[in-house]
Design a protein around this ligand. Structure first.
Ligand code: ZN
Length: 93
C-alpha cells in the first residue's frame, strides 16, 4: 500500500510557468540542537546573490518535500519577483 506524500511541482506548477521562475541551488543544513529542524540553504540567490534559509522540517526522510517553488527571502522588493525553485545543488543546472 502506498502511503507516500510526495510533492510534485509539475502538478502544483505546470510547465507553462517554467522559464519565468529561476532555480536556486540549495544544500541541506542539519540541525545542530535537539528540536531544531533541517534547513534548505540557498547557496546563491538568483536575485540578490546572497544566502537564504528555508525550513525543511525535522525528518530527514521528508526534507525533499520542502523543495520546489518558494518565495525568495531577499528581504526587500518582494513584489517584483516570482520566487524560485529550490533545487539540490547536485541537481541544479
Ligand atoms: Zn535573495
Amino acid at each position: 500500500m502506498h502511503n507516500e506524500e510526495t510533492f510534485d511541482p509539475k502538478i502544483a506548477f505546470p510547465d507553462s510557468d517554467k522559464g519565468t521562475i529561476p532555480e536556486a541551488p540549495v544544500r541541506l543544513v542539519k540541525p545542530t540542537k535537539p528540536g531544531q529542524c533541517y534547513t534548505w540553504q540557498v547557496i546563491k540567490c538568483p536575485y540578490c546573490g546572497k544566502e537564504h534559509a528555508h525550513g525543511a522540517g525535522d525528518d530527514l526522510a521528508r526534507v525533499n518535500t520542502f523543495l520546489g517553488h518558494r518565495v525568495q527571502h531577499c528581504g526587500d522588493d518582494k513584489s517584483s519577483h516570482v520566487g524560485y525553485y529550490l533545487v539540490p545543488e547536485d541537481k541544479a543546472k
